[in-house]
Design a protein around this ligand. Structure first.
Ligand SMILES: O=C1O[C@H](COP(=O)(O)O)[C@@H](O)[C@H](O)[C@H]1O
Length: 233
């Protein structure tokens, strides 16, 4: 069964960033109205910076929002590779400065990502899934979250019946070791966004839809949650 893909295409990146920021804020606002709190999981990398800055300006009750990450490079937050640092520098500001942030990196186990999995997974579970909104990115190699082609734990991460909340990942294209939500947790969200930019990524997504074996295909081959695809050239 394939996911329902809802496509949102924009003339340029700023227009996309503005609309995605408003749409995510609206989902969080709805969640606060319905349940008194909201949870948001975001991706890192280079694509989300502008959207984070605009999301931070949205006027919702951020004190009731907890933000976490979809995946993280196993580096301390002073590294320019840190996704937590990206969130700290671009999202936890302005209106959003009162949001809570739950990192995936655990300094107590800074030399051993696998030793951190139980604690980090328990902290994510304590949020009470489903997430209200989760935003995926996609790398030029077809990875999403830290589901890397050739990753040492890729099969376990993508197991639709897997019970783990987070898993470690090492891969040639990943740089340092990673920690990532598993596929069942990525799909455990009320709204799932995929934010991609550039013709190359659009073409790669089309190849994955047509059956090419990229990790992103696992998000497309599921019927649990529709995928809201936001794209700009
Ligand atoms: O390493 C990562 O890469 C992907 C995509 O990043 P981008 O720089 O191509 O936008 C990102 O979604 C993921 O969270 C990150 O850890």
């Amino acid at each position: 069964m394939n996911a329902k893909l809802v496509r949102h295409e924009f003339a340029d990146k700023p227009t996309l960033a503005d609309k995605l920021a408003r749409d995510v804020a609206s989902k969080l606002d709805d969640a606060i109205a319905a349940r008194g709190k909201a949870t948001l999981a975001v991706s890192g990398g280079s694509t989300p910076k502008m959207m984070f800055a605009l999301l931070a300006e949205q006027e919702i009750d951020w004190s009731k929002v907890t933000i976490t990450l979809v995946d993280e490079r196993w580096v301390d937050t002073d590294s320019d590779r840190s996704n937590a640092r990206l969130v700290g520098e671009h999202l936890l500001h302005h209106e959003a400065h009162t949001a809570a942030f739950l990192p995936l990196f655990d300094r107590a186990h800074k030399d051993d990502v696998d030793a951190a999995l139980a604690d980090v997974g328990a902290r994510i579970d304590a949020l009470g899934l489903p997430f209200d909104a989760l935003i995926l990115g996609m790398g030029p190699d077809g990875h999403t979250a830290s589901f890397f082609p050739g990753g040492d734990n890729l099969a376990a991460a993508l197991d639709p019946n897997g019970k783990a909340t987070v898993i470690s990942m090492r891969a040639g294209g990943a740089g340092e070791p990673r920690i990532t939500l598993t596929l069942p947790k990525v799909l455990d969200t009320r709204t799932l966004y995929l934010h991609i930019e550039g013709q190359d990524k659009k073409d790669l997504l089309a190849q994955a839809e047509a059956g090419a074996d990229f990790p992103i295909a696992a998000v497309l081959k599921q019927s649990k949650v529709p995928v809201e695809v936001y794209w700009a050239p």
